[in-house]
Structure formats: C-alpha cells, structure tokens
Design a protein around this ligand. Structure first.
Ligand SMILES: Nc1ncnc2c1ncn2[C@@H]1O[C@H](COP(=O)(O)OP(=O)(O)OP(=O)(O)O)[C@@H](O)[C@H]1O
Ligand SMILES: [Mg+2]
Length: 254
C-alpha cells in the first residue's frame, strides 16, 4: 500500500507520511476554516509536484469562484486544466433544474445536471479515467445532504462513500462541522477524518488541526496550529495547542 502526499507542509508528519492510497478522507470544519483550500492544495500540489492528476467535484459554490480564489495562492487551475492535470465537474445539487452554461461562462468544466448521486458518480468515473486521475476532491457533501430528503441522507452518503472506494483514486471530501462535540455519518464512514478547528483565545483567533481518525495509521493525536498563508495552508507539526480554548463553533449556539 502506497502513501499519497498531502501537499500541505507539516501534515504528512502527523499521519506517517501521507494518506493511504485509495482511502477516503473527510475534511471537516466550520465556515472559513480552510476546508476548500486544503483540498485544492492537495489537487494542485499533486498535479504540480508529484505528477498525479486530480478531479475536482464542485458541489458548493461555483468553479469560477474556486479558480478565482486559487489565484490568491498563486495556483493556476486553468493552466492545469489545459494540461489535463486537473478536471472540474460542476455538480451543484441545487441547480439541477435550470442548469446550462451561458455563452459568456468560459469556465472549463463538465456539468452534471442531476440531483441523483448515481449520475454524479458515473461522471466522476469518466473524468477520472480520462485524465488517469490519482486524486479526487469533493467540495462539499453538505450540499448533497441538504438537497435530499432527511430520511435519505444516511443512505445517500453511504452509497457515495461505498462507490468511491472502487475508484483507483485517493479521495478528499469536505463537510461542515456544526459542533466539535458531535459526529456526523460521514465521519463514521470515511477511512480518515481531519478536523479544522477555530478557537478564540484572549481576543485572538487560533486555527488548530486535529487528526480525529486515520484507519490503519499510528497518527498524531494532538491539536496543532495551522495558518493560511500566501502560498496556502501550513501546519506547525512541532507545536501543539492546548485543548482548553473556546471553540468558536461551540460558542455560536448551534
Ligand atoms: N490569501 C489568503 N491569505 C490568508 N488567508 C486567507 C487567504 N485567502 C483566504 N484566507 C482565509 O481562508 C478562509 C477561507 O478558506 P476556505 O474557503 O478554504 O474555507 P472553507 O472552510 O472552505 O469555508 P466555507 O465553509 O465557507 O466553504 C478565509 O475566511 C480567510 O480567513
Ligand atoms: Mg469551502
């Protein structure tokens, strides 16, 4: 079993060198925690430094927005798309009724105009095969959970995760975290869970990363500070954060 480098400075050190090949890893955290950035950095780093192409599935926000925000970190997604190192699938489950590209919309992406998870999975398989992708990033499955009936959530999430396991890809997916004290269905079903916490401590904001689980890995169990810098996320793996700070998300009345 090989390992897949995370492309996040400091993160590989916490998980014995990288993600286990073909695993499904969940990245969870509150608003603005850096979930999307961590996933895009994984794809861009893989394509640029490790010759591992990647597929991005946009379920939240738009591809234009992701491409624009990536520029801030110096990541040229459009160039990587033209080199067939990245492919974008736009699968917004809320827009499936009237969902076509306008002529002025030049974002290079494939659209899945369906609320049905099987259609999205089929398209993912096509695009993964086309560019021989080794990395997959789905942002975020919370949109999918909100788009289906409450009673179907568990079944849809487990169907998604089970099917992703058949791909020859190492998958990262994001979901919202509403409380640091409770767990979601996707946290149980994924092979690994990375939590991005934001704490308030003495008028300052502190970001801390935690490896909640990583099956088959003797992973680090402490909270470590991370920063979102000019060139993306950096984890300070040799520093730790005391768990006596106030979590912003448990303080918001969720
Ligand atoms: N160039 C930058 N330099 C430093 N910090 C930045 C920069 N760009 C964005 N950020 C920080 O990153 C945050 C957004 O990160 P990101 O979009 O990855 O978070 P997210 O967890 O995906 O959020 P959401 O829940 O809204 O999807 C911003 O709120 C800001 O704090
Ligand atoms: Mg996001």
């Amino acid at each position: 079993m090989g390992t897949v480098r995370t492309a996040i400075p400091g993160l590989d050190e916490l998980i014995e060198g990288g993600y286990i090949e073909n695993d499904i890893i969940l990245v969870t955290g509150g608003p603005g925690a850096g979930k999307t950035t961590l996933g895009i950095q994984y794809l861009v780093g893989g394509a640029t430094n490790f010759n591992e192409p990647g597929v991005l599935v946009v379920m939240d926000g738009t591809p234009e927005r992701i491409i624009r925000d990536s520029w801030r970190f110096g990541w040229d997604i459009e160039k990587l798309i033209s080199q067939k190192k990245i492919k974008i699938i736009y699968a917004n489950p809320f827009k499936y009724t009237k969902f076509t590209k306008t002529p002025e919309d030049r974002t290079p992406c494939v659209i899945v105009a369906s609320k049905n998870i099987a259609d999205t999975l089929r398209q993912i398989q096509i695009e993964v095969e086309e560019i021989q992708a080794k990395r997959l990033f789905i942002d975020s499955i919370t949109s999918l959970k909100l788009a289906v009936d409450r009673t179907d959530v568990r079944q849809i999430v487990s169907e998604l995760i089970k099917n992703l396991e058949y791909l020859d890809c190492t998958t990262l997916m994001t979901s919202e975290m509403h409380s640091a004290q409770s767990f979601s269905i996707e946290e149980y079903l994924s092979s690994g869970v990375i939590r991005l916490h934001i704490f308030r401590a003495g008028g300052c904001r502190l970001r801390a990363i935690e490896i909640l689980k990583m099956r088959g890995v003797k992973h680090d169990e402490s909270l470590h500070p991370y920063e979102i810098q000019e060139r993306g996320i950096v984890v300070h793996s040799t520093e730790t954060v005391m768990n006596d700070k106030i979590s912003l998300f448990d303080n918001m009345g969720w």
